[in-house]
Design a protein around this ligand. Structure first.
Ligand code: COA
Ligand code: MG
Length: 287
């Protein structure tokens, strides 16, 4: 998965458009993009959409962002959408692995009621949306077999911190959000799941988006969330390993295979040891 496009669940038009956006996944949103008055209608719309699309052969992965565990809305969200067989739930405002374990239990009960196989529905956690959550980003490992990704958010975090801005005048994240981003990356890696970069809200700024995608890939993120269909192509492009990257990774794996028992090899005047091999293998696994 390279691109995950947010689509407000109460917009039939955007849900429809999302299907042909080229996104690897859609995140049908029941949370922040839905007004309190529209929550009930949004659940029904999300269920209809899932029911009509989840059985299609060629389709993006379908995630649903439910309301956070502290809102009292999560159970009704799950009640409505689990029978529609989403591929995964995006859990906002997660506060460490315990939040994921909590959601896991809720899903287990509802999967059984809906007659779905155990662990059919995966979980992706939004790990940095509250101040407290930053201190729990290292606790996701072993929280649930459902956990398939960690991502981060700067909007709710900046509101909670009382900040005036989360980006500088050049559009780059300020220190508190760079910390959140790094904690997400380390937390995901420690838990053995992919790290997914946050949204770029300035959706008309193509060069800014591309820069942020490239910086995310450079640092180890393997995907990015989008808020507008116009962002999908650039995200897919940047997070697709290039032929040169694949060839380079192959050359590292081949060099180690050709010298069994060697801990270090030289290729083109550069040294490669275990961390390089691990990185090359991870890239080839993604391809
Ligand atoms: N998914 C699917 N379709 C979308 C879309 C999305 N996220 N965002 C926009 N579109 C559609 C529009 O409906 C419009 O369709 P049309 O050409 O058939 O009229 C087209 O793409 C162009 O949209 P545009 O006019 O450029 O944007 P907008 O002003 O309609 O919408 C936003 C701007 C920000 C409101 C919209 O992109 C959006 O809802 N994004 C997702 C918000 C969200 O889920 N936030 C929560 C996570 S942070
Ligand atoms: Mg939010």
């Amino acid at each position: 998965m390279r691109s995950l496009l947010f689509v407000p669940a109460d917009s039939a038009k955007k849900l429809h458009k999302g299907m042909t956006s080229g996104a690897d996944a859609l995140i049908v949103d029941l949370e922040d993009s839905i007004s309190p008055a529209n929550k009930v209608a949004a659940r029904a719309s999300a269920f209809d959409f899932l029911k009509n699309t989840s059985a299609q052969k060629q389709r993006p992965r379908l995630l649903v962002r439910v309301n956070s565990l502290d809102t009292g809305l999560t159970d009704a969200d799950l009640e409505a959408i689990v029978p529609g067989k989403p591929d995964a739930i995006l859990l906002p405002k997660a506060v460490g692995g315990v939040s994921v374990t909590h959601l896991d239990a809720k899903l287990a009960a509802r999967e059984a009621i809906a007659g779905l196989p155990e662990n059919a529905i995966a979980i992706v956690a939004l790990a940095t949306e509250t101040a407290a959550s930053l201190f729990h980003t290292g606790t996701y490992g072993g929280a649930s077999a459902r956990l398939t990704g960690l991502t981060w958010g700067a909007e709710d975090l900046s509101a909670e911190l009382g900040a005036e801005a989360n980006r500088d005048e050049n559009g780059r994240f300020l220190d508190p959000y760079r910390l959140a981003r790094a904690l997400c990356l380390a937390g995901a890696s420690a838990a053995g799941v992919p790290a997914i970069d946050t949204v770029y809200v300035d959706f008309k700024n193509d060069s800014g988006l591309r820069r942020e995608c490239e910086e995310a890939r450079r640092d180890g993120f393997t995907a990015k969330m989008a808020i507008h269909p116009g962002q999908v192509a650039a995200i897919n492009e940047v997070f697709t390993p290039t032929p040169a990257m694949i060839a380079h990774a192959k050359s590292i794996v081949d060099a180690f295979a050709a010298s069994p028992g060697m801990g270090v090899v030289g290729i083109g005047g550069k040294m490669y040891d275990r961390p390089h091999l691990v990185r090359a293998q991870a890239l080839l696994k993604r391809v």
